[in-house]
Design a protein around this ligand. Structure first.
Ligand SMILES: Cc1cc2nc3c(=O)[nH]c(=O)nc-3n(C[C@H](O)[C@H](O)[C@H](O)COP(=O)(O)O)c2cc1C
Length: 353
C-alpha cells in the first residue's frame, strides 16, 4: 500500500495534507475549511488556558464534523526566570520603544505565570478530540498514557533524527519532520544549538530511522515541492506559510502583504521576539536585538516582554515591530479562501488519494 494511503487511513482524511497549527494566525475557521476539504486542519492552542482550549475546540466542532488536530506546546515550564537577563531586556526594550514612539510598560518577573500543556490534557480527552499534535518537546509519560488510553492519535515534531527516534520510542504515532525552511518556531528540544537541517536531508534520514509515517514540513508551497517530499520518503505534508494570506487567517493586512512579497533571502531565524528560535521576515526589531548582543530570558518570559509591543505594532501597521513568522517559500503564497489555497495545492501535486 502506498505510504500516503496508510497515513490517510490513519488520520481518516482524503488527501495526505495537514494544515499546520499557527498560533496567532490560524483559526477554527481555517482548520475546519481544511478538514471539510479532505485534509487535516489543526487548531493552535499552545500555551492557552484550559478554558480557552475547550472554547476553541467547541467552535471548531461547530464548523466541521471531520477530524482535526489540536496542537500543544510541549515545553517544560522553567522554575525561575533569570532576573538579570529579564531586567537587561526590559531596559533595552524601554529605550528602543521610546525612540520609536511605542509604549512600553515594565513587568515584574514574578507576575508571569505561563500555562502548561499538562493542564490541557484532560480538556482534550473531555472534548473527545481525535488527534493531538505537539511541538517544542516530548509530552510527559503520564500525558502520553492518558491520551493513548483515550484512543487519541499523537503527532510529534522533530527537527533532527535524534528527536524523531525519541518520539518514536515513546509511542508517538506520526512524526512531523520540520526542515529549516519552515516558518515559525523551530520545534527543536534536544540540542542547545538548534538543528538547522534542510528538508532534502531531513526527510530521508528520519524516514530511514523510524517505522512510522512522516509528515514533511517546511518550504512546501506548490505541487512540485509536495511531490518531492513524498519522493523523499514522507507519507504526507504539513503546510503553514501559504495559508497566512487566506481569508480565514487572522494575520494583519501588512503581515499578509509582507509574506506574499518576501523574497527567498528575506526570512531568518531569530530569538528576538520570544526567546525561542523562529523563522520570520527580517525587520528592524530583529536587527536592533542582534546589535544589542543581549541574551533573552527564557521562553515564555520574552513572549510576555514583547507582547504589548507586538500588539501595538499590529494595530498601528508598524511591521518593524511585528513578529511576522514565515517560511523560505513564502512568496508563493497568494490571497484566497483556505479551501481555494488547499485545493490548488492538492490539484497541482496530482497526488493519489
Ligand atoms: C505563523 C506561524 C505560526 C506557527 N505556529 C505553530 C504552532 O502554534 N504550533 C506548531 O506546531 N507549529 C507552528 N508553526 C509551524 C507550522 O505548523 C508548519 O509546520 C510550518 O509552517 C511549515 O512550514 P512552511 O511555513 O514552510 O509551510 C507555525 C508556523 C507559522 C508560519
Amino acid at each position: 500500500m502506498q505510504k500516503s494511503s496508510t497515513l490517510s487511513k490513519l488520520l481518516n482524511i482524503k488527501y495526505p495534507v495537514v494544515q499546520g497549527a499557527m498560533l496567532g494566525v490560524s483559526t477554527p475557521a481555517m482548520a475546519a475549511a481544511v478538514s471539510n476539504s479532505g485534509g487535516l486542519g489543526s487548531l493552535a492552542v499552545g500555551g492557552l488556558s484550559p478554558e480557552k482550549t475547550a472554547e476553541l475546540i467547541r467552535e471548531t466542532k461547530q464548523l466541521t464534523n471531520r477530524p482535526f488536530a489540536v496542537n500543544l506546546f510541549a515545553n517544560p515550564i522553567p522554575e525561575n526566570i533569570d532576573a538579570a537577563r529579564f531586567n537587561q531586556m526590559q531596559n533595552f526594550l524601554k529605550d528602543l520603544l521610546e525612540k520609536n514612539n511605542i509604549p512600553f510598560e515594565r513587568k515584574e518577573a514574578i507576575s508571569l505565570r505561563p500555562n502548561s500543556y499538562i493542564d490541557q490534557i484532560d480538556v482534550l480527552i473531555r472534548e473527545k478530540v481525535n488527534i493531538v499534535s505537539f511541538t517544542f518537546g516530548l509530552l510527559n509519560e503520564e500525558s502520553i498514557s492518558k491520551l493513548k488510553h483515550a484512543g487519541i492519535l499523537l503527532i510529534g515534531t522533530a527537527t533532527c533524527v535524534q528527536e524523531a527516534v525519541l518520539l518514536y520510542k515513546n509511542g508517538i504515532d506520526i512524526i512531523t519532520a520540520q526542515g529549516i525552511e519552515a516558518g515559525g518556531h523551530r520545534g527543536s528540544f534536544l540540542d542547545q544549538d538548534v538543528p538547522q537541517i534542510g528538508s532534502m536531508s531531513l526527510i530521508p534520514l528520519i524516514a530511514d530511522a523510524v517505522d512510522i509515517p512522516i509528515l514533511a514540513a517546511g518550504g512546501i508551497a506548490d505541487g512540485r515541492a509536495f511531490r518531492a517530499a513524498m519522493a523523499l520518503g514522507a507519507s504526507g505534508v504539513q503546510i503553514g506559510s501559504i495559508f497566512i494570506p487566506s481569508t480565514e487567517s487572522i494575520a494583519s493586512n501588512v503581515y499578509k502583504q509582507a509574506v506574499m512579497q518576501a523574497a527567498d533571502v528575506d526570512t531568518t531565524l531569530t530569538k528576538a521576539f520570544t526567546g525561542r528560535w523562529a523563522r520570520g521576515i527580517k525587520n528592524k526589531f530583529m536587527a536592533e536585538f542582534e546589535k544589542s548582543g543581549l541574551e533573552t530570558p527564557d521562553y515564555t518570559a520574552q513572549v510576555s516582554l514583547t507582547g504589548s509591543m507586538r500588539s501595538y505594532a499590529t494595530q498601528h501597521d508598524q511591521k518593524d515591530f511585528i513578529s511576522m513568522w514565515a517560511g523560505q517559500s513564502s512568496s508563493k503564497a497568494v490571497r484566497g479562501t483556505t479551501t481555494e489555497i488547499f485545493m490548488k495545492l492538492v490539484n497541482d501535486a496530482g497526488i493519489d488519494k
